[in-house]
Design a protein. Structure first.
Length: 235
C-alpha cells in the first residue's frame, strides 16, 4: 500500500510539472557578421546570432539574440515567417508586410509576425487566408502574445492557436531582420549563414526553413513517470 501511495504522489507531482512547465528550448545558431557589405549602416542590431524557440501548452516563444544593442539602434524590424499545418492558405511569394521576403519551404508561409523595437516596441500578426489579413496588433490591444526588447535580446511570444499549432505537430519557420523602410529586404536570415541580400531592396527567399516540433507538453516528464511507477511496482 505504501508503494501505491508513493506512486500516486509521484503521479500528482509530475503531472503538475508536466502541464505547467515550458518544454526545453531549442537554440538555432546563426553566423556572426553575415550582413552584406553594402548594408554596413545596418549595424550589429540587424545581425542575428541565435534564436531560441520554446513552447508551453498555450504559447510558442522566439527569443532572438543579436550582435548589437536594440536600445542603441531602435529602428530595426524583426520578422518571423511560419509554414504550419494551420488552415490558412500558403504562399511562396509574399508576406504580411509586403516586403521582398518569401518562403518556398513547406509549400510557402501561412503566418507572419512583424515586430519593431522603437516607439515602445510592438508586433503584428497576419494569416494568409485568401489574402494576408492582420489578425492582431499590440497597438490595437489584440496581439495574441507579447514582445519584450532590451540589450541584445528581442523576445516574441505568440499563442499557438494564432499560428495554427493548437495541436501537436511540426512547423517550419525563418527569422529575419530588416530596416525601417517598407521595401527593405532581409538584412539577415536565420536559415542562412551567409549574407541574405546585398542591397536594401533585394529579395530573399527561404528555401531551407528551420523546423520546430511540438509534442504534448510534459511528454518527457510523463515518460519518466511511467518508469518511476514501473520501479515502484517491482519494489
Amino acid at each position: 500500500m505504501k508503494n501505491v501511495l508513493s506512486a500516486c504522489a509521484a503521479v500528482a507531482a509530475l503531472s503538475a510539472v508536466a502541464f505547467v512547465t515550458a518544454e526545453p528550448g531549442v537554440v538555432y545558431n546563426d553566423a556572426a557578421n553575415d550582413i552584406g557589405a553594402g548594408l554596413a549602416t545596418a549595424g550589429g542590431t540587424a545581425d542575428i546570432l541565435s534564436v531560441e524557440v520554446s513552447h508551453t501548452a498555450s504559447d510558442v516563444q522566439f527569443k532572438l539574440t543579436l550582435n548589437g544593442n536594440v536600445n542603441a539602434t531602435d529602428w530595426a524590424k524583426f520578422m518571423i515567417g511560419i509554414s504550419s499545418p494551420g488552415a490558412s492558405t500558403k504562399t511562396s511569394s509574399s508576406n504580411g508586410w509586403g516586403r521582398p521576403i518569401n518562403m518556398s519551404s513547406g509549400g510557402g508561409m501561412n503566418y507572419w509576425i512583424g515586430s519593431w523595437v522603437d516607439g515602445g516596441s510592438g508586433a503584428e500578426i497576419y494569416d494568409n487566408g485568401a489574402n494576408w489579413n492582420r489578425t492582431g496588433a499590440t497597438w490595437a490591444g489584440n496581439f495574441p502574445g507579447s514582445i519584450t526588447a532590451g540589450g541584445s535580446n528581442v523576445t516574441i511570444t505568440v499563442a499557438r492557436s494564432a499560428i495554427g499549432m493548437s495541436a501537436d505537430g511540426t512547423f517550419l519557420f525563418d527569422v529575419y531582420s530588416s530596416g525601417g523602410g517598407g521595401t527593405d529586404g532581409a538584412l539577415d536570415a536565420l536559415s542562412v549563414s551567409t549574407p541574405a541580400i546585398a542591397n536594401w531592396g533585394d529579395t530573399f527567399t527561404t528555401t531551407n526553413a528551420l523546423s520546430y516540433a511540438i509534442p504534448a507538453p510534459g511528454a518527457v516528464a510523463l515518460v519518466g513517470l511511467a518508469g518511476l511507477i514501473a520501479r515502484r511496482r517491482k519494489a
